[in-house]
Design a protein around this ligand. Structure first.
Ligand code: SF4
Length: 507
């Protein structure tokens, strides 16, 4: 009977031995000795930052400190420490005072700097924005060190502008009427604010809410003032009506950014010495176009290093008549690509509904009379001239009455009431000379180096330091934020190219 069974149970497996694992004991209490000096190794960059900051003249940061030895009162944090904390934090891509305060609690490098103390984030935040002149001086001091090391020659400086997002969203931009409505509401809320001590909420929360409301009201008042400036800067009356300002960062402007999108931003201008890619000048502007930024850049370099650069290399955004004249006057050689000289593009003509038979080549220029003749045989007389970049643009226009009566008007100038116009572009003598210089192999070889040098610090500041968007608001504060980032970049180059840890140096 037994042998007829179809199913038999599998033989019993021998039980596998259990893996011996380390137990995790989270209930234990430990007292560990911490040797602060050994929290970071000898070659750690935080030591380099502390060492370099200690060699610089930090006196401007000490001015105004009221805590004096021998007099009652609490001691203050040493500016040497606060500078080192900010520089190390920026180097690591941290640009928030709260985050630094948090890192001070457990990160070995921050603990080494503070000697295991925790610096309050208010102290850190205030320090970052309270010392504009001292920070300028510190930037110059570091340039002096880099120059002494032979890393700066000023023989060739590459200059470029890059847009950095403002701490505001596109939705915060409003026209005058909306801003006035928001301001009225904010004022009403501020008036209705009660006494924080009688609030149901904790006094701390109530005071914070009151402060936030007051700041909102101030920003809206600032936005209305900025709106007037934006309107004043616009030439066309129709555009003035459409002007908008941000209620979050009134000093930010809408700019075309690297990703091809428009958004609130500032234009960060960086000058980089070609010798070792050291930043020798930094500025921030609210103007999106780079056209007028080269002359101030040269002045900044001269103020920082006491001498002008011999040569400035720029892209087409900077190449224009006024800049060429300014560089000639300052005796600075300018190398750059040439801007487009075309008038209205075929694409634009197509958008305007102009038939290809009436594109500019269909009009005949009469040099002796300095006028054009259209396909219908009518004259387009000289109207005006204007400078655009490094070119002179001469405008010619047909009589409005001729075009109104013309059978070709729908194809030639649809919707135009003033008569068809044409633009003739002409290079200025300075432009012709510049063009000739830029056609030489030497100038072209120099220009080819531009992107590699000028875009290196831009990429470093955005990718490593994390300055893709400002944390602070307003032109003055974003300029300070830019200065901290560029100072950090230069110190990183000093560490990379010059610093030797003491242990290695003494070996
Ligand atoms: S519309 Fe004016 S410019 Fe054009 S062909 Fe007629 S007359 Fe000439």
């Amino acid at each position: 009977m037994e042998k007829d069974r179809l199913w038999t149970s599998p033989p019993k497996k021998e039980q596998a031995p259990r893996v011996r694992r380390k137990a995790i004991n989270r209930q234990q209490l430990l007292l560990r000795p911490v040797e602060v000096e050994k929290l970071v190794e000898q070659g750690h960059p935080v030591r380099a930052i502390w060492e370099l900051a200690g060699q610089l003249d930090l006196e401007p940061f000490y001015a105004g400190i009221e805590a004096i030895e021998g007099v009652a009162g609490r001691p203050v944090w040493d500016p040497h420490l606060l500078i080192s904390l900010w520089i190390y934090a920026y180097k690591e891509g941290v640009n928030s005072a709260r985050e630094i305060a948090r890192l001070c609690q457990y990160h070995p490098a921050y603990q080494w700097l503070t000697g295991l103390e925790v610096v309050n984030y208010h102290t850190l935040a205030d320090f970052r924005i309270q010392h504009r002149e001292a920070l300028d001086q510190l930037f110059i001091e570091v340039l002096g060190v880099l120059s002494h090391e032979g890393l700066i020659t000023l023989e060739r400086v590459m200059h470029d502008g890059t847009k950095v997002k403002a701490c505001a969203s596109s939705k915060s931009f409003h026209r005058k009427a909306t801003l006035e409505d928001h301001l009225r509401l904010a004022r009403e809320q501020v008036e209705q604010m009660g006494d924080p001590e009688s609030e149901e909420l904790s006094q701390r929360v109530a005071k914070a809410q009151q402060r936030a409301l007051r700041e909102k009201q101030e920003r809206l008042e600032e936005a209305l003032k900025e709106l007037e400036q934006i309107k004043a800067a616009r030439s066309q009356p129709s555009k003035k009506e459409k002007a908008r300002a941000s209620s979050t960062d009134p000093e930010a402007r809408v700019m075309l950014q690297a990703n091809g999108a428009y958004g609130p931003a500032y234009n960060l201008q960086i000058s980089t010495d070609a010798q070792s890619k050291i930043i020798v000048g930094v500025g921030v502007t609210q103007v999106s176009a780079d056209a007028a930024e080269l002359e101030p850049a040269v002045e900044r370099i001269e103020a920082n290093l006491g001498q002008k650069p011999e040569q400035m290399v720029v892209d087409a955004g900077f190449t224009n008549q006024a800049t060429m004249e300014a560089m000639t006057e300052k005796q600075v050689d300018m190398i750059g690509s040439l801007p487009e000289r075309s008038g209205v593009t075929p694409h634009r003509l197509e958008q305007l509904g102009v038939s290809p038979d009436f594109y500019p080549q269909a009009f005949e220029y009469d040099k002796s009379m300095d006028c054009y003749r259209c396909p219908a045989g009518k004259g387009l007389g000289y109207e005006t001239q204007e400078r655009k970049g490094a070119t002179l643009r001469h405008r010619y226009r047909a009589k409005a009455s001729d075009c109104r009566a013309c059978e070709f008007q729908a194809k030639c100038c649809p919707g135009t009431k003033r008569g068809r116009s044409l633009v003739r572009s002409e290079a200025t003598p300075e432009m012709v000379a510049f063009q000739a210089k830029m056609e030489t192999p030497e100038a072209q070889a120099i220009y080819k180096q531009r992107a590699g040098v000028a875009e290196f610090p831009n990429a470093w500041i955005k990718d490593k330091i994390g300055l893709r968007q400002f944390r602070l608001r307003g032109l003055a504060k974003v300029t300070l934020e830019s200065l901290w980032a560029c100072l950090t970049y230069n110190i990183c180059q000093w560490i990379r190219l010059c610093w030797k840890p003491q242990q290695l140096a003494s070996a």
